[in-house]
Design a protein around this ligand. Structure first.
Ligand code: GSH
Length: 235
């Protein structure tokens, strides 16, 4: 990858943008963040780069080609760095074993399809009943991810099975930690904690303390403000 020429269309409080940026940071790829204001009207730049979904993040390659979908971007970064025999070749973001790689991809899809919609609905579902159900669904997804951590981490610090380096699955869930903490604060809930999900509790502290996460993840305060703005917009 040519340093300094990658660009990310994204937003500072966007969890999916954080996921893509974390991969670039962890792999030491320089990039520029182009802030893409999200509102009812999407910019021509975003629609040209992501005509299918019109969503951020989009990774713009030095030659202008675009890659959409945060988990696809993470895997692209991994593929390119492996392909160039980068200093960390041998699998930093995904395990080497094909079955393990498949499992990490499977649970990444679960996080996006089950966990995130449930967490999002805790703040944004239209009715009280739906919000209550969303809390139940969020807890159920986290309980499942507690089991996944036990199975995949092999006792290491991260889902990646390593003590020093987070991988795809860590990024997939970790990008939502600010949203989760904001949701806890806004609704007086405790979702990841030492009694309900002790393994995820330890993991979340280690992930948040990782230098790349410290650089990229937005402050909980900012996410609280953004969530309130969304509640007003959709409420
Ligand atoms: N599956 C997508 C990914 O992983 O990149 C989700 C991206 C996504 O939902 N991005 C949000 C967005 O662009 C911001 S965090 N929302 C604007 C919209 O839905 O119109």
């Amino acid at each position: 990858m040519t340093a300094g020429t990658m660009r990310v269309l994204g937003g500072e409080v966007s969890p999916f943008t954080a996921r893509a940026r974390l991969a670039l940071e962890l792999r030491g790829v320089a990039y520029e963040l182009l802030d893409e204001p999200l509102g009812p009207k999407k910019s021509d730049r975003l629609l040209a780069a992501n005509p299918v979904y019109g969503k951020i993040p989009v990774l713009l390659l030095p030659d202008g080609r675009a890659i959409c979908e945060s988990a696809v971007i993470v895997q692209y970064v991994e593929d390119v760095v492996r392909g160039t025999g980068g200093a960390e070749a041998g699998g930093l973001l995904l395990p080497d074993d094909p079955y393990e790689r498949a499992m990490h991809r499977f649970w990444t899809v679960f996080i996006d399809d089950k966990f995130w919609p449930a967490l999002d609905a805790v703040s944004l579902a239209p009715t009280a009943d739906e919000r209550a159900q969303a809390v139940v669904d969020t807890r159920a997804a986290l309980n499942r991810l507690e089991e996944v951590f036990k199975d995949r981490s092999s006792g290491a610090a991260f889902f990646s099975g390593r003590d020093a380096a987070p991988g795809l699955l860590d990024l997939a869930l970790g990008c939502f930690l600010p949203a989760l903490r904001a949701c806890e604060r806004l609704h007086g809930l405790s979702l990841i904690d030492a009694s309900a999900t002790p393994l995820l509790d330890g993991w979340s502290r280690r992930f948040a303390a990782h230098p790349a996460a410290k650089r990229i993840l937005p402050d909980t305060d900012k996410v609280v403000q953004f969530t309130k703005f969304l509640q007003e917009m959709f409420g």
